[in-house]
Design a protein around this ligand. Sequence first.
Ligand code: NDP
Length: 283
Amino acid sequence: MLENISVLGLGLMGAALARSLMAAGHHVTVWNRTPAKAEPLVAEGAVLADSPDEAVGASPLVIVCLLDHASVTETLDGTPLAGRAVVNLTTGRPVEARRTAEWVAERGGDYLGGGIMAVPPMIGQPGALILYSGSRPVYDRYEQVLSVMAEPRFTGTDPESAPLLDIAMLTGMYGQIAGFLEAAALVKAAGLPLRDFVTTLLTPWLHAMAAQQAGWAGNIESGEHGTEVSNLEINRAGLENLVRAFREQNVKPDLLLPLKAVIDQRTARGLGHEGLSGLVEEL
Ligand code: NDP
């Protein structure tokens, strides 16, 4: 079913979202603080609203993708939100999402927040994911529209859940990037072929190791941190060995040291028999 949709915010991400909706045939009204950014979309068939008021008034579904939550409430302040489905795809912290959801509800709108797990060129393509939380009725009513932009995943009615899971996903990503950067620094400093190392050794190894995470998650949920695979004492010795090796190779192990500190802390409590999942108790 083709819908009337307003998109507020035509930065790199907002423009990509609007374009994907237009490509699916929806009637898209756009607004941006700097109107010139709307010109390419208008040339492709979007309707330009002169104000946030006009944009919100044009469609029952209002998609907002701005810099931050402060710019969202600033932009929507005084607009006719009553009866509108407000889908906020602006990145924010869980507490900000809760505040914005309440702010929208106070003005009669129905709030669904989303965390975009993609960069703009991925929008509308397989592999893009958006985590949603907030109004289940809005999600159910517009699920097909949302799936045009990216695979949608509803994570709960608490508006905090999507931004929290978004942050958790990014945390996993940054941890992997930290390991990659340290490994790359070590291999480069030794003058070994880095690209070959990454494609034939590191990436397949990381994929294989990632399979352990579901088991660790089970341990963490149950609070049972026993292991028959690799205990903390062995990992403490392993990290010690890594750090010494880095220093001997004149490479800084700075991104590894925080992990080593937490392992040292846990083993110092006499819990070296536990598996790596026990470290969560220290966090
Ligand atoms: P851009 O910097 O390209 O665009 C920012 C947008 O916010 C512009 O439309 C800008 O308007 C608008 N804006 C900024 N401040 C205000 C304000 N005070 N009032 C009204 N409008 C304002 O950023 P992106 O499009 O890349 O990002 C938008 C959101 O999407 C962010 O929350 C970001 O975290 C999220 N996101 C982006 C990803 C990416 O890879 N780009 C990935 C995942 C999420 P103007 O044009 O007038 O400056």
